[in-house]
Design a protein around this ligand. Structure first.
Ligand code: NAD
Length: 482
C-alpha cells in the first residue's frame, strides 16, 4: 500500500514493551496504513551514559516523522535525570495535553456512568519550567512562569477543540484568588478569548472547589482548560473516577509534532508478568490515528476494544462482577484483534473530528515598562531573627534614589510594624522603592549601587527581582499586610 503514515515508536520502560507489542499488533491487524520506526529512549539509554535519556538519532527520527507513540518511561524520583516526558514535551513545543475521560459503565465500576469530559492542560509552563534554587539553608524556591502567548495558545486550543468535537462548554480552573499575577493572567486571557466563542458556554472555577466538584459531579463538566500542575492533578482524578487510570490515553499536541501515550506510568511492580492492561496505550494510539487523518481506523480499533471490555474479557486490574474471563496482556490483545470490525452495544463510541485545529494568536502592542523599585532577597540569621533589627540596619543602607519600604518573610510583612507571632525563616524579601513615591521611575544603576552597599556594609544579597509598572499597572504582588 502506498502513502503509509510513518510513526515513531518508543516502547519505554517497565510494562512498556509488553503493552506496546500488543498495541502495534492490533494496529497492524486493523489494516491501518501506517509504518513504524522504533527508537530507544529512557532508563536504559540513561544508564548507557546519555544524560537526557534521548540519543541524537532519536531526536532526528522524531522530527522527521512528526508523530510519536510512546510507552511509559520511568523517572527516578529526587536525583538522577530530568523527566524525559517533560524534556520531549518542552523541546518539541507540545503545548497542549489532551486527556479525555469517560465511563465504561457498567463494565468498569464507576459512580459516574454519564461522565464524558476532556481535560486540556497547558503543557510547557507553570511550575514545570523546572527552575529551582536553594537560596538559604532553610529555603528552596521554584519559579512559576506563565506567559501570555502560552496561555492564549492553550485557551484558544480548548475552545477550538470544543468546536471541532461538538462539545458545549469550556471550564477554566485557576487559583487566581491567591496567585493574582500568574493565575490571574491565565484567567484574564480566558475572559478575553471566551468572548470570541459566544456559541460555547464558559465558566471559571477556583481550582480547589473545581477539583472537589470534579470528584463529586464530573458529569457536569465538558472541556476543562487549566495550568500545567492543576491539569496534571485533575486529569488523574478524572481518569480515576471514570473507572481506571489504566484505561486512559493522552495526546500531547504541538504545532509541528505530536506525542501519544497512556496516562499511567511504567508500573515496575507488574513489569514482565503479562498482567498489564494495554487499553490506555491503545486509546492513546486511537487518538493518534485521528490526528494523522485516518479516524476510521481509530474507530475500528476502539470499537473492538470496547466490545472486548463489554464481553467481559478483562485484565486483572478490571476484575468485577462483569468479568467473564481474566486474561493476560497478550491474550487481551488477541481478544481485541478477534473483535476488529465489531461494534460495542453500550459503551459510548469515540468522538471523531476531521476538523484540523489551527491556533492564531492575537497581535499585541508591547506595553510600556517602567522600573520603580527592587525586591532584594537576603539570607540573614542574626539577632534571633528580630525583623526590627534587620530593618533598622537596612534603613541606614540607602542612596539618593532608593529607600527601604518594607520587609516580608515568606510573603508576610514583618517590618515596619510586624507582629511578634509571625514565624521568621532565614529568607527575607526587602522591598526598595524611590524616596519620592513607589511609582517614580528609578535606574538600574541605582539598584546596582544599593547592592554594592549591601555587600560592603550589610548582609549581602541572594537575589534581586526588579519591580515594574506595565502601561502604568503594577506588575508585582503586594506583601501580605503591605
Ligand atoms: P504507575 O501508573 O506506573 O502505577 C500505579 C499503579 O497502577 C501500580 O500499582 C501499577 O501496577 C498500576 N498500573 C499502572 N498501569 C497499569 C496497567 N496498564 N495495567 C495494570 N495496572 C497498572 O505510577 P507510578 O507507580 O507512580 O509510577 C511508576 C513510574 O512511571 C515512575 O517512574 C513514574 O515517573 C513513571 N511515569 C511515567 C509516565 C509516562 O511515561 N507518561 C506517567 C506516569 C508515571
Amino acid at each position: 500500500m502506498g502513502n503509509k503514515v510513518k510513526i515513531t515508536i518508543a516502547k519505554g520502560d517497565g510494562i512498556g514493551e509488553e503493552i506496546m507489542n500488543v498495541c502495534l499488533d492490533i494496529i497492524k491487524k486493523s489494516g491501518a496504513p501506517v509504518e513504524f520506526e522504533e527508537i530507544q529512549v529512557g532508563k536504559e539509554v540513561y544508564l548507557r551514559g546519555i544524560e537526557s535519556g534521548i540519543p541524537d538519532y532519536a531526536w532526528e527520527v522524531m522530527s522527521r516523522n512528526k508523530v510519536l507513540l510512546k510507552g511509559p518511561i520511568t523517572t527516578p524520583q529526587g536525583g538522577g535525570y530530568k523527566s524525559l516526558n517533560v524534556t520531549i514535551r518542552k523541546t518539541m513545543g507540545l503545548f497542549a495535553n489532551v486527556r479525555p475521560a469517560h465511563s465504561f459503565d457498567p463494565f468498569v465500576r464507576t459512580h459516574f456512568p454519564h461522565m464524558d469530559l476532556v481535560v486540556i492542560r497547558e503543557n510547557e509552563e507553570d511550575l514545570y519550567a523546572g527552575i529551582e534554587h536553594q537560596q538559604t539553608p532553610e529555603v528552596v524556591q521554584c519559579l512559576k512562569l506563565v506567559s501570555r502567548p502560552g496561555s492564549e495558545k492553550i485557551i484558544r486550543y480548548a475552545f477550538e477543540y470544543a468546536k471541532a468535537y461538538g462539545r458545549k462548554k469550556v471550564t477554566c480552573m485557576t487559583k487566581d484568588n491567591i496567585m493574582k499575577h500568574t493565575d490571574g493572567l491565565f484567567h484574564q486571557i480566558f475572559d478575553e478569548v471566551r468572548l470570541e466563542y459566544p456559541e460555547i458556554d464558559s465558566e471559571h472555577y477556583i481550582i480547589d472547589i473545581g477539583a472537589a466538584r470534579l470528584a463529586n459531579t464530573p458529569e457536569k463538566f465538558d472541556v476543562i482548560v487549566t495550568l500545567n500542575l492543576y491539569g496534571d492533578i485533575i486529569s488523574d482524578i478524572t481518569a480515576e473516577v471514570s473507572g481506571s487510570v489504566g484505561l486512559g490515553g493522552s495526546a500531547n499536541i504541538g504545532e509541528n509534532f505530536a506525542m501519544f501515550e497512556a496516562i499511567h506510568g511504567s508500573a515496575p511492580d507488574i513489569a514482565g508478568k503479562n498482567v498489564a492492561n494495554p487499553s490506555g496505550l491503545i486509546q492513546g494510539a486511537c487518538l493518534m490515528l485521528v490526528h494523522v487523518g485516518i479516524p476510521e481506523y481509530a474507530a475500528k480499533i476502539q470499537n473492538a476494544l470496547y466490545k472486548t471490555i463489554e464481553d467481559g474479557i478483562h485484565t486483572a486490574d478490571l476484575k468485577s462482577a462483569h468479568s467473564e474471563e481474566i486474561v493476560g496482556t497478550k491474550e487481551f490483545g488477541q481478544a481485541v484483534i478477534k473483535r476488529l470490525g465489531m461494534l460495542p452495544d453500550k459503551i459510548r463510541p469515540m468522538r471523531i473530528s476531521n476538523h484540523k485545529i489551527n491556533i492564531k494568536l492575537k497581535k499585541r502592542v508591547r506595553p510600556s515598562k517602567k522600573l520603580v523599585g527592587a525586591d532584594i532577597f537576603i539570607d540573614w540569621d542574626e539577632a534571633d531573627r528580630d525583623p526590627d533589627i534587620l530593618g533598622q540596619q537596612l534603613e541606614k543602607i540607602t542612596n539618593e534614589d532608593l529607600q527601604l519600604k518594607m520587609i516580608t518573610n515568606r510573603g508576610v510583612k514583618v517590618y515596619p510594624e510586624g507582629r511578634k507571632e509571625t514565624f521568621c525563616s532565614d529568607h527575607w524579601r526587602c522591598r526598595y522603592v524611590s524616596k519620592a513615591n513607589d511609582k517614580k521611575e528609578i535606574s538600574q544603576a541605582a539598584i546596582i549601587k544599593l547592592l554594592g552597599d549591601l555587600v560592603k556594609k550589610g548582609p549581602g544579597f541572594i537575589k534581586v527581582e526588579n519591580l515594574y509598572l506595565f502601561d502604568g499597572v503594577r506588575g508585582y504582588s503586594l506583601g501580605q499586610g503591605e
